[in-house]
Design a binder for this molecule. Sequence first.
Ligand code: AMO
Length: 452
Amino acid sequence: MSFYDKAGVSEIGENKRTHFSSDINTSTVDADVILMGWVHILRDKGKIMFLVLRDERGTVQIVLPQKKVSAGVFDTARQLKPEMAIAVHGKVVGTNQAASGAEILPTQIILLNTSERLPIDVVEGKTDIDLDTRLNHRILDLRKPTVNAIFRIQHSLVRFAREYLEQSNFVEIHTPKLVAEATEGGANLFEVKYFERRAYLAQSPQFYKQLMLLAGFGRVFEIAPVFRAEKHNTRRHVNEYTSFDFEMAWISGVEDVMKMEEQMLHHSFTKTKEQAAAELELLEVDLVVPKLPFKRVKYADAIGLLNEAGKDLAVTDDIDPEGERLLGEIFPEKYGTDMVFITHYPLDLRPAYTMPSMTDDGMTESFDLTYKGMEITTGGQRIHLYDLLVERFKAKGFDPDAFSFYLDPFKYGAPPHGGLGLGVERLTMQLLGIENIREATLLPRDRDRLTP
Ligand code: AMO
């Protein structure tokens, strides 16, 4: 027997998958179907066996009454083990035993691949194992329908946010991740050996997305990994995450950027609620689409709210994660929403490229978007005036000569512009009520984890 014969490939022959598990319902009763997937659950009751097959779209029951299926099929089913890869050929029959109203009576079961004993359970709720063990076996962990659903929802959020930007004439760009200088300040940088010199992994596409507006693109966006050498393991930080960035030229102010973001998220949430309804239901998440326009609160007023709640903060103090969480309780009570822009951040708390405020002294034309008590976006208007930009770089203690590749193009008619960076994993975790960002990260990288 050749390898291919053993693998069941020749048995399938020209037969291809005809249906997914989710297609098996009362409307497909009597159809002749071929499904492919994994052995999810096996129940052997002696004269009748039940096999639950799991594929990309859910699960379906295969029923094997000894009297109604061939001896060969019954024997093959007896040899199956959890997570073996199989193809099932059979007929859809009606039943009131399954929620879908239908199950499959097989005429042929083909073993496509065997499976060793599993290190973790793939069937939900069997045992509660700790996150670290799950992440060690992430590929199997992702097979769990509820875990898989997180990333299908993430896909949908990104897909429809991108769709909105494309409809709004943004151009998708791809900027280098190996860079010569920091964009967000010196801390949190990963150093790389770059031939005879030193390079860094990009913390953000910040400089390049801005420069592309100076290069003649009116609006750009990028969805790509960024790297942050955060030393501490927290529930909201990973060392590599997916940054959803956009940048737009010819704006009249930071308000244009916030408007674009709220419309983009509104579109993405609305479409995700529709398109990922099955996954949201599986996770028991009621996706509430925040009303337009999102609430705006000035930083100084947010500090005021925290002080009313018993904190003792100066207006230029940083709002720490605990403060953000507290605001996550105050905002819904006070404003009836959990999606709030905090605007006019203090100059000292923002990077050198941020436009100082024209109206609020010592503040900036910048914002964070907070969602259920966590920052998911930072954005703002950027300095497009060369002299001011150089002055701000010096004020932050940077040597402008080291940044000439970024600063020089501002000498030649840089348009007024602004943009933002949205953390895709943070957005996902907040939307789904996930406690730890690692669960919303496909293959997380943190202080202790570089594999799988
Ligand atoms: P900032 O550094 O605030 O801003 O990052 C933007 C957004 O990225 C997410 N984020 C993270 N997610 C997971 N793990 C981390 N370690 C982490 N750090 C940040 C957050 C945050 O709101 N260049 C600016 C953006 C801009 O102004 O365009 C920037 O990178 O959701």
